[in-house]
Design a protein. Structure first.
Length: 365
């Protein structure tokens, strides 16, 4: 009887062990499926962020916030190598630790990771210890995972996640984190081109206006606050004649006078840039094309009634007294729809003006 009871208990215990193993496997499968679903959702949020009308730096910071929230990460830092220096693009770590975080490439413990393009996991065993790269801090991070970032085999920086708990990443699915890392790289690749455009914006020395690139970055975000806008381009059609017949200094003065006239007559909500050479663009944010007509007719009349005195540096002894330059402009206006390519719109306007050799009325296309 006792033997039968023992055998029955052994069978029950064996059954329970098998059942528990089955439950654990199902839990692991559920966790893996859940992590993959989370990764897909994160990727979608990455793509949504890339498509938003934000600056490149704002997009990277938002991507880092998504990582912290979705993966319940204590600290996450993305550092990018610009070719000359390491810059923290996104982090939720207190600024007093930034010098340490932007110099992790100098730490011996991470050098091999960078050279071999492999992740590095480090942790402490006891509360009194600190991670090798920590100089003055003890309590902030007790474990960390370091991921070097490469685009087309070119090293561009690193991503590091940290926890205040020892061995916190021991059981983390590294394949999921590799997917996350690759998503970060894809996002940085997409954002890189936008960053290039933003960084090449220049201010024209004669007019004080932003260059055309401003339209494609910060300017576009301001314009896209409205569903539609009117984009106007005008060209000083006789600037080459002024430069040749009077002088380049006078030509520059003409450009400056015209710029000042328009700056003094348009709202701060509108965007005015020197597009290229004698071409300028005014973006009337949120304004319908037909509402621009009276304003541009008035501007055209004021510009063409200007008489800009010849710069004394351009004058010769036999030049007539009171020599002046009288600018003429051609104008074209079109409708812009939020979210479309504004560079395509300005290219169309430029081509239209370049095919107009004579002065004419304001055109609408």
């Amino acid at each position: 009887m006792i033997i039968a009871v023992i055998i029955l208990l052994v069978v029950i215990i064996g059954f329970l062990m098998l059942y528990n193993m089955s439950v654990y496997k199902k839990i692991d499968v559920y966790k893996n499926v859940n992590q993959r679903i989370t990764s897909l959702n994160v990727l979608q949020e990455f793509m949504d962020t890339i498509g938003e009308e934000k600056s490149a730096d704002e997009k990277i910071r938002k991507i880092n916030e998504i990582l912290i929230e979705k993966y319940d990460i204590k600290y996450s830092t993305i550092v990018v190598y610009t070719g000359t220096e390491y810059t923290i693009k996104a982090t939720n770590v207190d600024q007093k630790h930034w010098d340490t975080l932007r110099n992790l490439h100098k730490e011996e413990i991470f050098k091999d990771s960078i050279q071999t393009a492999t992740p590095k996991y480090i942790t402490v065993d006891r509360e009194g210890e600190r991670l090798p790269y920590q100089k003055l801090e003890f309590g902030r991070a007790k474990s960390a995972m370091f991921f070097p970032l490469y685009i087309d085999n070119i090293y561009i920086g690193y991503w590091i996640i940290e926890s205040g708990i020892p061995h916190d990443f021991d059981n983390v699915d590294t394949t999921i984190l590799e997917v996350v890392k690759n998503n970060i790289i894809s996002a940085l690749r997409s954002i890189e081109k936008q960053g290039v455009v933003e960084n090449i914006v220049r201010t024209d020395e004669f007019t004080g206006l932003k260059s055309a690139e401003y339209l494609y970055s910060e300017g576009k975000r301001l314009i896209d606050a409205y569903a539609t806008s009117a984009i106007c381009m005008f060209k000083i059609v006789n600037i080459a004649d002024i430069n040749e017949n009077i002088g380049r200094h006078t030509g520059n003065a003409v450009i400056t006078e015209i710029s000042n006239l328009i700056k003094n007559n348009i709202s701060d909500e509108y965007i005015f840039v020197r597009y290229m050479g004698p071409k300028f663009v005014i973006a009337f944010s949120g304004v319908e094309v037909n509402n621009v007509a009276d304003f541009m007719n008035d501007i055209k009349q004021k510009i063409e009634s200007m008489e800009v005195p010849a710069d004394e540096r351009d004058l010769y002894e036999d030049d007539e007294e009171n020599l002046t330059a009288k600018p003429k402009i051609n104008v074209v206006v079109t409708k812009y729809y939020k979210g479309t390519q504004i560079e395509g719109v300005t290219k169309k306007l430029e081509e239209f003006l370049d095919n107009r050799t004579e002065e004419n009325a304001i055109n609408y296309i």
